[in-house]
Write a protein that binds this ligand. Structure first.
Ligand SMILES: O=C(O)C(=O)C[C@]1(C(=O)O)C=C[C@@H](O)C=C1
Length: 390
């Protein structure tokens, strides 16, 4: 347990006079006395951390015996929220969040070694989102495309995948929505709302940059900045921001728009930071898996609907949500990929609603919606999440 520092009063609670203070106790703490105190606290922490890990292992055994999943997004959010609420500083909340994330990542890995796929290479924003949700103690499996993340989950090569759903500046990520159409059995298990700060990375001087590599969305999120500050350079789209950083590492007069973490990983200089046009630039990622999530009490649900190609069909499917007071938080239309070309294009709609599919008002609304559309897929109910820094 944490030891307390020397008492301020010389009188004990029992009213007896305390023994005279040793001369050195009155002196200001020294570097070595403070370090000795930290050494003692660290040993106490190690004991507590191991005790916690033992309990998490027992929980893992119970989960195995009951066929329950090891990872619980809702429980992990709850543990972090409780730690932050119980803190009176001076550690910043973000630091506490990172410590508890790694603590749970470590205790989870004692229960089971999880594999998590994301769009790579390492230090892409998808990779940063994966680390933000699962910590470092999982096998991160960076793959070459969003489609490959879905395939890895579908073939059970990994338990979870991380895919971007939408960006606050740039809108929906078509490659992800397209894969939900192809593999509607894949479920959303959690969301990660990651604040995205882009940097310009390179080996040369800013004035020498001839080409700027990045993922299309990142180039688009920095369009004004790039137009103003690097008007002469060619903008070249590549598969991910981390792939762009790799290229900027190899080419002398190239730069990449990528994360600060990518700068360190690919040994690049940060030529400029926070170059995103909108200061509030957030990407929402989905954690995808084969199995759906249990209700947590503060959930949302993502739906995919195919409408009849008729007047008023969108209106008809929205009415039940109003009737049963189910709040709608996102709506995106997407042309049906396999629709015949000679007719008006048919549209799929992606919708987020508040609540879990097991909640009675959501059930009633969905029962009514199902009767009014061609097809309804429930892509998942999962806990709503806070925005976190990248
Ligand atoms: O509470 C649990 O279910 C645990 O398995 C323990 C624990 C933790 O370390 O706190 C670990 C993994 C889960 O994802 C959530 C929490």
């Amino acid at each position: 347990m944490a030891r307390k520092s020397a008492p301020a009063s010389k009188t004990t609670t029992a009213g007896k006079a305390a023994p005279a203070e040793a001369p050195d106790a009155r002196r200001a703490p020294t570097l070595s006395s403070l370090r000795a105190e930290i050494d003692r606290l660290d040993l106490d922490l190690v004991t507590l951390l191991n005790r916690r890990a033992e309990i998490a292992t027992q929980i893992g055994q119970i989960k195995h015996s009951q066929g329950l999943e090891i990872w619980s997004a809702a429980r992990e959010d709850e543990v972090i929220a409780r730690a932050v609420a119980g803190s009176s500083g001076p550690l910043p909340n973000e630091t506490l969040r990172l410590i508890f994330r790694e603590l749970m990542s470590g205790s989870r890995s004692l229960q089971k070694n999880l594999r998590v796929a994301c769009l790579g290479p390492k230090y892409s924003y998808s990779y940063l989102a994966a680390v933000a949700k699962f910590g470092e103690a999982v096998d991160h499996v960076p793959v070459g495309s969003i489609a490959a993340v879905f395939e890895e989950v579908n073939r059970r090569h990994v338990q979870f995948g991380i895919v971007p759903l939408e960006n606050s500046t740039d809108g929906r990520i078509a490659d992800t929505l397209d894969m939900f159409i192809k593999l509607p059995n894949i479920k959303i298990r959690a969301e990660i709302r990651l604040r995205i700060h882009h940097c310009l990375l390179g080996r040369c001087e800013w004035s020498q940059v001839r080409r700027v590599y990045s993922k299309s969305q990142a180039l688009s999120q920095c369009r004004n900045w790039l137009g103003k500050n690097l008007p002469q350079s060619a903008k070249v789209e590549v598969v991910s921001t981390a792939a762009a950083a790799e290229l900027a590492q190899r080419e002398e007069f190239a730069a990449a728009v990528a994360s600060r973490a990518a700068a360190a990983a690919y040994r690049l200089n940060i030529l400029a930071e926070n170059i995103e046009d909108q200061p509030h630039n957030v990407t929402r990622f989905a954690v995808i898996a084969e199995v759906a999530e249990q209700p947590t009490g503060k959930d949302k649900t993502t739906l995919m609907l195919r409408l009849h190609n008729q007047v008023g069909s969108l209106n008809r499917i929205l009415a039940p949500f109003e009737k049963y007071a189910v709040n709608l938080t996102w709506i995106e239309s997407f042309p049906v990929p396999d629709a015949p070309k000679d007719t008006n294009p048919a549209y799929l709609f992606f919708l987020d609603i508040e609540g879990h599919v097991n909640d009675p008002p959501v059930q009633k609304a969905l029962e009514a919606v199902r009767k009014k559309c061609d097809r309804l897929d429930i892509l998942g109910s999962y806990p709503r999440s806070e925005c976190i820094e990248s």
